[in-house]
Design a protein around this ligand. Structure first.
Ligand code: SF4
Length: 900
């Protein structure tokens, strides 16, 4: 591919479902830079910390560059022939349901489309499911129950137009930062706008909240059924809307009224006063948007939570109008695209239903397919259970890492290991899943592949290549199509480009549609390669008009947002929305052995299993190791001190993580992030603890409500080290590595302190012969510090202490990039303290400008009394803005401290 080096390429961010536009540029020396696309309607130029650091994640270090069969390098033809023949043979011997694809919201729509077509139309099974099942399947199920279609009614603009935003189970500040910034900016312009945060934890999103409801885990159904009952009792219903456009209201209200206010308070853990204030605010504010994400979806009652929320919007007629509606925001960049092409086991492409014989017939005719899946396939959790018990004998995993991200992850790993034939398509040569593959297929990465993605507001944008494909990597759509051809379906899979796939996908959406189905982008059915190249971001629906909708070079800034259901018509047979009768049920999963509830989630600067963000020094400095948040009262009860290493266990497994004692955590609950894998920590795979318990309607796992216990890991010694080479610190019971500029840093804890520390340091640093070693040992105090210098450069420094090591991490890591010519400077490293004028920046808060907590505190003491003043003084918070909430907390704490 010819890349125009001088040109900025318009593409989209590959991380969250906000779907921000990115301008990427390759300089003459090959250096890549990115910035937010000012014309993209999702972000208007903004990017969060992850998006801003994209250029740091695209090196070829660790890439899988050639196909491999049983660990040996192979040619594409040999690998593809083997995949096709083994799948064909397995189907011939055991039937189509003996094979499965497990795919990903990281795939582009074109990849997804081809994989779904092969499985559902040509293999004849619906055994294709996606890691989006773990992310938003409950929203899909809730939409379909209420609207008769999987439709997100609103747009991002509604978040700016609303007078009240209710954020439920959604840490927008860290997980959808650009949407958070859009809300924060709107609120600054209109201070009368109110924000309510419903979350068991006081997350960073609380920074913009007027009210934080620290709800009990899974108390959301009770909260929103209680709200429906309140609206009924206080005559706050839109009766005309209910009558004209809905059915089932009476039953829903009856079911919701089972709890009185005291009952709702008991089920939610909130006071009656808190409930009353929230309910009266909701009742009085017509322009209300309720935003929800994983805290709602990842639950054994996720679909009921979604419908309990939608019920309240239907009951007040607040849907389909500017500034009003329920709004599911997706985690992954293309979860929505996957839904559109039937990437889930219980749907057909183009939002058609697998249970509907007319839809199946239409699908089969459109594809001229030899077969069509006749019943839903296995959803993610069921799929890996079928792999475990031998029903699935050939499995193809694309662009995802289920050994780390699936619930009951150890059982999933065992199932994959035992599966007779496992193919993995990935960009990396080493992940916890790739290591078990019989066939490894090198996939094109972000920046190398071409296609489309759909964001949470139904906006379809291009991802464009700006880098050449490295080694023998290929785009996924092409690889799946090649396998399809080799399985005997050459005509159906003879695509020459992703534009041909997209055109077919668009044609299918409009095929025999006539407004009967929500998903229709028929206007793009005739798009050619040139039109596809120029495709500007657009929202669906875009049904076929007389003139095509892809004016060459056209941009859509200023384009009017499209809302669904403005006319009160839905996609049910009678065009009326359905209220769902939901009874709140209070479930207790804790026991004497496992008395706490573990909530799992994400952090600001890492993405999923860190296969990309783990490459970025900038992103790795914000939080560099796995941790568990625990309330101070629980910490005292279980003998956990701040910065101790804690063992968190469930009936399925355990992890070793750093303890973070904080009152932002709810008492009785723990929170830990899901990002760490065996590649980055000794024992940090959090999903080894989660259970394969799913929502009965959506099949989505309950990843936020795990019965757990916590105990202190009685470490005899703690360590911290920085070094140039990637370490393998197997002697330590606890370790967590993170990239830093010029090398790596590692946190350590040891069950035993009878260790040859000099030998350990030598192995850790890979100390070259002739290196100068400086060491300090105080064996009685258990203190050891060792530094190795290769010429003027630091090869590594190790700090060991009997308790958590008190060395400035940022300062120590910076020493890898400094010249160390004078002895005083070298001795300062062994002392573990910045010498002379060096400032200990403290924990990094602003990743963009590398500003630490100590610098911010110092600036506050120097007179900076606001986030804006800190920005002016230190630049912190002035680029992506993802750290502004943390800066505000430090500013407030310093001001409070000064006043005491
Ligand atoms: Fe990417 Fe951040 Fe935008 Fe999400 S909010 S799409 S992670 S830049």
């Amino acid at each position: 591919m010819e890349i125009d080096e001088a040109r900025e390429v318009r593409t989209t961010c590959p991380y969250c479902g906000v779907g921000c536009g990115v301008l990427a540029k390759v300089a003459a020396d090959g250096e890549v830079s990115v910035r937010g696309d000012p014309s993209h309607p999702a972000n208007f130029g903004r990017l969060c910390s992850k998006g801003s650091a994209l250029a740091e994640t695209i090196d070829l270090d660790g890439r899988l560059l050639h196909p491999e069969i049983h660990g040996r390098r192979a040619g594409w033809d040999e690998a593809l022939d083997l995949v096709a023949s083994t799948f064909s043979q397995t189907i011939a011997e055991h039937g189509p349901d003996a094979v499965a694809f497990y795919v990903s919201g990281q795939l582009l729509t074109e990849d997804y489309y081809v994989a779904n077509k092969l499985m559902k139309g040509f293999v004849g099974s619906a055994n294709i499911d996606t890691n989006s099942r773990l992310c938003m399947a409950s929203s899909v199920a809730g939409h379909r129950r209420a609207f008769g279609s999987d439709t997100v009614p609103g747009t991002y603009e509604d978040l700016e137009l609303a007078d009240l935003i209710v954020l439920v189970g959604s840490n927008l500040a860290w997980c959808h930062p650009v949407l958070y910034q859009r809300i924060a900016a709107a609120r600054e312009k209109r201070p009368e706008m109110k924000v309510v945060l419903v979350d068991p934890r006081r997350t960073m999103t609380a920074d913009i909240a007027d009210m934080h409801l620290a709800i009990a885990p899974d108390g959301d159904v009770a909260l929103f059924t209680g709200l429906l009952a309140y609206l009924g009792r206080h005559n706050a219903l839109d009766r005309a809307y209910i009558t004209a456009h809905t059915t089932g209201f009476g039953q829903a209200l009856f079911a919701a009224s089972v709890l009185d206010l005291a009952g709702v308070a008991a089920a939610t853990g909130l006071s009656e006063d808190e409930l009353d204030r929230f309910y009266s605010l909701f009742a009085a504010t017509s322009k209300t948007v309720t935003v929800y994400s994983q805290g709602v979806n990842q639950s054994s009652s996720g679909t009921d939570k979604v419908n309990a929320i939608i019920n309240c919007h239907l009951a007040t007629g607040r849907i389909g109008s500017p500034g009003a509606g329920p709004f599911s925001v997706t985690g992954q960049p293309n979860a929505m695209g996957g839904r559109e092409v039937g990437g889930m086991a219980n749907m057909l492409a183009a939002h058609m239903e697998i249970e509907n014989p007319e839809h199946r017939d239409r699908m089969q005719r459109f594809w001229t397919a030899p077969a069509i899946a006749e019943r839903p396939g296995l959803k993610a959790v069921e799929m890996f259970q079928a792999v475990a018990d031998g029903r699935i004998k050939a499995l193809w995993i694309m662009a995802t890492n289920p050994v780390d991200s699936m619930p009951d992850a150890d059982a999933v790993e065992a199932a994959i290991k035992a599966c007779p034939f496992v193919v993995v398509s990935d960009v990396l040569a080493r992940t916890d899943t790739v290591r078990h593959a019989h066939i490894r297929l090198p996939a094109a990465a972000w920046g190398e592949k071409d296609g489309t993605v759909t964001n949470s507001e139904r906006r379809i944008s291009r991802q464009r290549a700006f880098l050449d494909l490295p080694g023998e990597a290929r785009p996924d759509w092409q690889v799946v199509a090649e396998v399809g051809k080799r399985m005997g379906f050459a005509e159906a899979f003879s695509y020459a480009s992703p534009s041909e796939v997209f055109a077919e996908h668009a044609a299918l959406s409009g095929f025999e549609n006539d407004g009967a189905r929500d998903f229709d982008i028929g206007a793009y059915a005739g798009v050619d390669a040139e039109g596809y190249e120029e495709l500007a971001p657009f929202q669906w629906p875009a049904p076929s008009p007389v003139t095509p909708l892809w004016p060459k070079g056209g941009r859509t800034t200023g384009h009017q947002p499209i809302r669904f259901f403005a006319d009160g018509n839905f996609y049910t047979p009678d065009r009326k929305a359905r209220f769902i009768a939901i009874r709140p049920a209070v479930e207790t999963r804790t026991s004497l052995d496992y008395p706490l509830i573990l909530n799992t989630g994400r952090i600001r600067d890492h993405w999923h299993t860190m296969t990309r963000t783990g490459k970025s020094p900038r992103l790795s400095q914000h939080i560099a190791e796995p941790f568990v948040e625990i309330h101070p009262a629980d910490a005292q009860r279980f003998g956990i001190g701040d910065a101790d290493i804690a063992r968190v266990s469930s009936p399925r497994g355990d992890v070793l993580v750093r303890a973070l004692v904080t009152a932002r955590q709810r008492q009785g609950s723990l929170f830990a992030p899901m990002h760490w894998t065996d590649q980055f920590a000794a024992k940090g795979r959090l999903d080894a603890l989660t259970a394969p318990l799913t929502d009965p309607v959506s099949g989505q796992p309950a990843l936020k409500h795990v019965a757990a216990r916590i105990e202190k890991f009685a470490a005899k010694a703690f360590g911290f080290a920085v070094m140039r080479q990637r370490p393998t610190p197997d002697t330590a019971t606890y370790w967590a590595v993170a990239k830093c500029k010029g090398g790596w840093r590692v946190e350590l804890a040891f069950a035993d302190d009878d260790i040859d520390w000099a030998g350990f340091a030598g192995a850790l640093f890979g100390t070259p012969p002739g290196a100068e070693i400086l060491a300090y040992h105080d064996r009685d105090a258990g203190q050891h510090r060792i530094a190795a210098f290769d010429g003027d450069h630091l090869s590594g420094a190790l700090f060991v202490a009997p308790g958590p090591v008190a060395v400035s991490r940022g300062w120590a890591a910076e020493q890898l990039n400094a010249d160390h010519v004078d002895r005083r400077g070298r001795l300062a490293i062994v002392a573990g303290r910045p010498g002379g004028v060096d400032v200990d920046r403290g924990a990094i808060v602003c990743s963009c400008f590398g500003v630490g907590a100590n610098q911010i505190a110092q600036a506050v003491r120097g007179g900076c009394a606001s986030v804006e003043a800190i920005g002016a003084a230190l630049h912190a918070g002035t680029n992506c803005g993802s750290c502004r909430a943390e800066i505000r907390i430090i500013v407030d704490a310093q001001i409070l401290q000064a006043a005491e």
